[in-house]
Structures are given as C-alpha cells and as structure tokens.
Design a protein. Structure first.
Length: 532
C-alpha cells in the first residue's frame, strides 16, 4: 500500500526498490507525528513535540562513513580523510539492505538541498523510522506540494537503522555504515538511529558537487542585517562552538543554521530547518530556540523528561550531552523566507579553545584567514561524537573535516578567492575558555562574545585600537565598549602568567605541527603565516 503525494512515474518500484510493506510518500508533519506514535517510535511531549531516543548512537559515527572508490572519483577524493569502499562491496551492501527491507514499512520524503535553484539538488530520503522522515522534512527544503507531481530525485538516501552491515562482506569497518556512491547517486545508512547522519550525508554530497561549479560549500550559519541582504555574515565552526546561538541574533535576519553555499550570486542555505543543541538551553538567553521545544512537530532527540508531566530537563545529560531539537526555520521569527543572502561582508571563524590561550576576538588578514580555515582548531564538545565525554583539542580542517570529500586546499582556495573578490573582513572568535585551560578557567562569557560580534558586524570594531598578538600575529582589539578590557588580553586573565606562556607555546607548536601537511599545497604568504 502506498499513501501520500508522489510523482506517479517515480515510485520506489521504478528505482528497483520492490517488495516493501506500506510506503508513505511525502506525508506532512501531522501525519508523520501520528505514524511515529502509532509505531511506538516516541512520545508526544508538551505542545505536540515528538520525544525520541536514538539508543546507543547519540552522535555521528565519522569512522564508519565510506566513499565508494570508482574511476570517476578516485583522483578527486581526499582519501586520507575518507574511508574507501569497493564498488563490489557497495553492490553487495545494497543488495543485502534491499533484502532486509522487504515487507517493512518505509517513509519517503522528496526534498531538495540548496535555496538557490541554480545550485540545488533533489534528494529522495527513504527512512525506516517515521520520525526520521519528520526530522529530514524539517532539515532539508520542502518543494511546494504541486511540484511533487513531477519530482525526480538526483540522489537517493536509504536509512535503515535495523540493518547491520558485515565488514567482510560489505568492505566496511563495522556493522554501522554510511556509504556514498557518486556513480550510482545513492547513499546507504545502516546500523544507527542518530538522525544527524541523514543531514550530514547530504552535506557531504554537496561538499563534493558544488566546488566543480565554483561554489564554496561551508559548514557555517549565516545571517544578514534586517532588510539588507548585502550586509551578510557567515559563522564557521564545529558543533558546540556557538553557530546556532550566535547567528540567531534577533537584531538580524537568520539565513540558515548550519550549512551554506557561496556562489557568484551570494550566500544560500542548504537547509530549511535547524538542529540545535538543547543542553543548558536558557529561555532568557535563547527564547525562540527554547520555544521550539514545546512546539508541534519539533523533534526532541535524547532529552530526559518527567514521565508524568513530560517536562523536559535541559540540564540532565545522562543520555548524552548532545541532546538536540530539530524544527523548521520558520519557527524562528526573524528567519529569512528565501534562505538567500548577499556576499559575506564579515566572516566569523568560531573556535572553542580548551587551552585558554586565544583572545575572544582577533582580526585576520586573508592569508591568516586561510591558515586558520585550513587549521580548523577547536575542541570537540562532549557528546557530538561517540566516546567524547569532555572537550578535547582538535584540528578539523575547514571547520568540518568529517564532511569534506575533497582535499582541504580545494575549499581553502575557493574561500580565499571569494574573500579577495568581494572584500570580506575575517574574524577569529574564541567561545572557549579564559582565565585558564579547561578544568581551571571559565567559559568565555556569552555577553562579551555578543558585544564583540555586534561591534564587528556594525563596523565599529574596525576603528578600535589593535595590538599584535605575540603568539599568532593577528590583530586583537585593546578596548571594546561593554567588554572588560582584561578579557581582551588572555594572558592577563590567568593567575599564573608563566603558565599561560607555557600553554601558548604548546598551542603554537600544535598549530605548526598540524599545518605541515598543507605546506606543499599553499602559497608563500600563507606559508609565512605558518612559519611565523
């Protein structure tokens, strides 16, 4: 039995996916919530939010992501960063997954990624869990209902959590698998219920396809001044560094939460929704995100709640620190209706420095911007990946290494070209620790971060007095209204200046050691930044 609106000439059977049970095509939010509840996949929370748990997988499994090594992509994939899978292994995986799916019910959502029609791709999501269909309906962009009548997918994603891969048989690492096959235009996901794998698989796909068109794919949030898309800002950063919180500024229009492209026409969101972390969510500091957690259709993932009142506990991380909510972008009152912005006027690189060395904000030259973009220094935040229980210093190139199919220099050079062409100002913003390293110091006050960003975006920071940082050579403001002067000089925030110097020396060396891998591929001015 099939239900829902769909192109009559593009059903799963037409793609060779046959023998399934009920297939629910393009159900809307109420029907998806109802189906998930009927199947016992979750509980109805306050306001009609859907409360779900993802079991043992509460974060991504980056080591289980594979790209099929075919002749067409063999010379363009960054294989040091992406595990390969043989075409034969993928074919067997696909055959075995289809056999496993027979007789089972599936939900299909025909969606697209990319708000700019010139660069969007149609993605068909086939999900075993109805709530995964609701999740991805929020996170990707939704065609108008009438456009479904002739919808044809460019790529198909099949997500089957109950399927377990066989490493020997399927040429993968474990029973959990995420396999991208660019030749067959298909992504297979098995062995994990974590919903983030759905959206990140599409991000990885776009990260490969768009550079060929001269479009820079970015792991960033973005906003623009109200009524003025020309004044656009993008916020690079890994999960937990503040992309969602800092870009959701009520004084600006939110273009998108996490993934964007930068084309010759400007900035565009890949997504149609937000996937926000909810640990410690404060109704006063983030009222609109907080409000979505009691909104009909919002997916509440891995949050502890009272079994009688269904009241959410925003501070209980016993399931995971990576608790999240997923909701459509229009739930935020200042969200863009188009997902489009201008060329970035300001580029913010967010880092969560667990060493307590970096200043809260620094201005970067174009060469320094490429250096820090390729370095991608931050700290993994507890819960974002399995096994991470406290912040760990790490280098994730382009602020998103797990999603980068191509070599980092491809993205770095694209970014540099666009900065040069459009004259963007670049800032490095530390949302991590001050007054000491993790365990000794304190997290950077969000009030100070917001004040610094406001000054950067409204242009007033450009006229401030700057000093040259002795460790990294970038410009650091000496004084900014509303920000304690001592905070701008991290060495002064430490009770032990010698301890700061030792930490700074250690961090500078970590940067240098990490950057050696890029030196053969970069220009002399960026090498000069690396050498100091």
């Amino acid at each position: 039995m099939t239900t829902g609106r769909v192109n009559p000439n593009f059903r799963l059977e037409d793609q060779g996916i046959e023998g399934l049970g009920n297939v629910y095509y393009n159900l809307m939010e109420p029907a998806l919530v109802d189906l998930a509840l009927q199947r016992g996949e979750g509980h109805l929370g306050r306001g009609g939010a859907l409360l779900v748990s993802t079991g043992k997988f509460t974060g991504r499994s980056p080591k289980d992501k594979h790209i099929v090594k075919t002749d067409a992509v063999a010379d363009t994939i960054w294989w040091d960063n992406n595990a390969e899978m043989s075409p034969a292994g993928f074919d067997t995986l696909y055959t075995d997954m289809l056999a496993h799916m027979k007789g089972r019910d599936y939900s299909v959502q025909d969606l697209f990624g990319g708000a700019d029609p010139a660069h969007s791709i149609n993605v068909r999501m086939v999900t075993e869990l109805a709530w995964h269909g609701l999740f991805i309906r929020h996170l990707l962009r939704r065609p108008d209902r009438e456009d479904l009548d002739d919808y044809v997918a460019d790529y198909t994603v099949i997500n089957c959590p109950s399927f377990r891969a066989d490493p020997e048989r399927h040429d993968c690492r474990s029973e959990t698998v995420i396999a991208l096959n660019f030749d067959r235009k298909m992504i297979l996901i098995g062995g994990t219920e974590y919903a983030g794998e759905n959206k990140k698989s599409v991000f990885s796909l776009l990260n490969y396809l768009l550079p060929e068109k001269g479009v820079m794919p970015m792991h960033c949030s973005a906003n623009h001044a109200h009524g003025n898309p020309v004044d656009t800002a993008v916020f690079f950063g890994l999960s937990g560094t503040g992309k969602t919180t800092l870009s959701a500024d009520p004084g600006r229009t939110l273009i998108g939460d996490d993934e964007h492209g930068w084309s010759n026409r400007g900035t565009f969101s890949f997504e149609g929704g937000c996937y926000a972390k909810t640990i410690g969510l404060d109704p006063e500091a983030e009222p609109e995100i907080y409000a979505t957690t009691s909104q009909f259709g919002t997916v509440i993932e891995n949050m502890v709640y009272d079994p009688e009142t269904f009241e959410l506990d925003y501070n209980d991380d016993s399931l995971t620190a990576n608790m999240r909510c997923a909701y459509p972008l229009e739930a935020i009152s200042n969200a863009s209706s188009t997902g489009l912005g201008g060329h970035p006027k300001n580029i913010i690189m967010l880092t969560c420095d667990a060493f307590g060395v970096l200043p809260p904000i620094a201005r970067l030259t174009p060469a320094q911007a490429m250096y820090h973009f390729l370095s991608g220094f931050t700290a993994k935040v507890a819960g974002t990946e399995r096994g991470v229980t406290e912040p760990e210093p790490t280098f994730s190139t382009c602020f998103g290494a797990p999603f980068m199919p191509r070599r980092p220099e491809v993205y770095g050079n694209l970014l540099r070209e666009k900065i040069a062409q459009h004259g963007a100002t670049c800032w490095l913003v530390n949302t991590g620790w001050t007054g000491g390293a993790f365990g000794t110091g304190n997290r950077m006050p969000i009030k100070a971060t917001r004040a610094l960003l406001t000054a950067a975006l409204d242009g007033s920071l450009a006229s401030a007095e700057f000093r040259k940082d002795p460790n990294f050579g970038f410009d650091v403001p000496v004084g900014v209204p509303g920000v304690p002067e001592v905070l701008l000089d991290p060495r002064r925030t430490w009770g032990d200046p010698a301890g700061y110097d030792a930490q700074a020396t250690k961090l500078v060396q970590m940067f240098a050691d990490n950057f050696e891998q890029y030196v053969p591929h970069i220009d002399d001015d960026v090498k000069a930044v690396a050498i100091g």
